[in-house]
Design a protein around this ligand. Structure first.
Ligand SMILES: Nc1ncnc2c1ncn2[C@@H]1O[C@H](COP(=O)(O)OP(=O)(O)O)[C@@H](O)[C@H]1O
Ligand SMILES: CC(=O)OP(=O)(O)O
Ligand SMILES: [Mg+2]
Length: 360
């Protein structure tokens, strides 16, 4: 089966052609014009059996679905909960319907992988009346990436049910604790804003600070949303666009804001790794994945430099290799892997499984 995958991340649209489970072509495109990006992807790989789109938010959905205009309308209602991602996925789906009527279009959800989070990890300590309907809770994101890491770490360790930490470092950043192939805790929450600092997102901040600024600035909800999603994180701290290429280049010139931004970024990821570790009984492995892992592997060596207390260490030379690989020294207590982001492979797997059930 030939599956065209469309994965709108917060910094670019990744598009792949996956044939019978193997990616055979890949392109990253600007999301400045989502309709144009959809047209480019469909034009590049015109002979496909199905289009599979990543939606970060699926609400209470626990698995992939076939999209109809009605389902897309329902998913659009989740736009406010993932404003950097969900509107792009909705727009892509509508554009594929328009350009290729009759072509099956499927959606896979980041949130699905976390849909069995234990209550102590999914519940916020808020009034029961707020949380009792099960909507105001921690959902978790980057689920397709974690699911792929779970598959690969099981193959690479040749172990039944490894307990591991999945650190997804892209424009969005999250850390997830995985046991028995399931997410048992994760750093992103009700929205993909919670957790470590990201390219343009603040990550977690004391809600008391947000209340104070809204009261005293004063600031509208829209202005606060724009600040936390677009003008914070590495971008806000360093005065760049938040892309680590720009931040590291500025750090290398001795710029103190960029140096501080990288220090905060690394510290908050390490802190989250420490926090996630306690949700596991043991750490069989740590997986680093996402665009930063693929393109700035030297940063993984810097990050791991502060993780010795957890038995996590890497060999800087191994960090610089390619593909899915062990990057810890052979005698290290915890196996550390750098992996390619396999969201496209997971999208294609979901698409094949949904269509095969439909055709039974
Ligand atoms: N072609 C590239 N060359 C160097 N670095 C890149 C490249 N593409 C992505 N990156 C790095 O990956 C980060 C984005 O990660 P990615 O997983 O692509 O983000 P997202 O999916 O959230 O849009 C950027 O901050 C940048 O540091
Ligand atoms: C959920 C999320 O932040 O995704 P990405 O890293 O692709 O922007
Ligand atoms: Mg991404």
């Amino acid at each position: 089966m030939r599956v065209l995958t469309l994965n709108p991340g917060s910094s670019s649209l990744k598009s792949s052609l996956v044939v019978d489970g193997s990616p055979v072509g890949w392109a990253a495109m600007s999301l400045d014009d989502v309709r144009d990006a959809a047209e480019q992807a469909l034009g590049r790989w015109s002979t496909v059996d199905v289009v599979a789109i990543r939606f970060v938010h699926g609400g209470s959905r626990t698995g992939p679905v076939r999209l109809t205009p009605g389902v897309v309308d329902a998913l659009e209602r989740l736009n406010p909960f993932a404003p950097l991602h969900q509107p792009q996925s909705v727009c892509l789906a509508r554009e594929v319907f328009r350009l290729r009527p009759g072509l099956p279009v499927l959606a896979s959800f980041d949130t699905a992988f976390h849909s069995h989070l234990p209550e102590e990890a999914s519940r916020y300590a808020l009034p029961r009346e707020w949380t009792s309907q099960g909507r105001l809770r921690r959902y978790g994101f980057h689920g397709l990436s974690c699911r792929h890491a779970a598959r690969r770490v099981t193959e690479l360790l040749d172990a039944g049910n490894p307990e591991f930490l999945c650190c997804h470092l892209g424009a969005g950043v999250s850390v997830t604790a995985v046991r028995a192939g399931r997410s048992v805790d994760t750093s992103m929450g009700f929205t993909p804003l919670e957790g470590p600092a990201m390219a343009t997102r603040s990550g977690s901040v004391d809600p008391g600070l947000v209340l104070h600024v809204m009261r005293t600035a004063p600031m509208s909800v829209e202005e606060m949303e724009d600040t936390l999603y677009h003008r914070s994180g590495l971008a806000g701290m360093s005065g760049t666009n938040g892309d680590l290429r720009a931040v590291l280049a500025r750090e290398a010139t001795g710029n103190p804001d960029a140096a501080s931004a990288v220090a905060v970024y690394l510290h908050r990821i390490r802190r989250e790794i420490g926090a996630m570790a306690v949700s596991l009984d043991r750490i069989d492995a740590v997986v680093f994945t996402g665009g930063v892992t693929e393109h700035q592997p030297e940063l993984i060596a810097r990050l791991a430099g502060g993780l010795g207390v957890l038995g996590i260490s890497v060999d800087p030379a191994r960090c610089l290799g390619d593909g899915d690989r062990l990057i810890s020294p052979d005698d290290a207590p915890v196996a550390v892997f750098a992996m390619e982001t396999g969201e496209d492979v997971e999208l294609a797997r979901d698409a094949e499984s949904v269509l095969s059930v439909e055709h039974v």
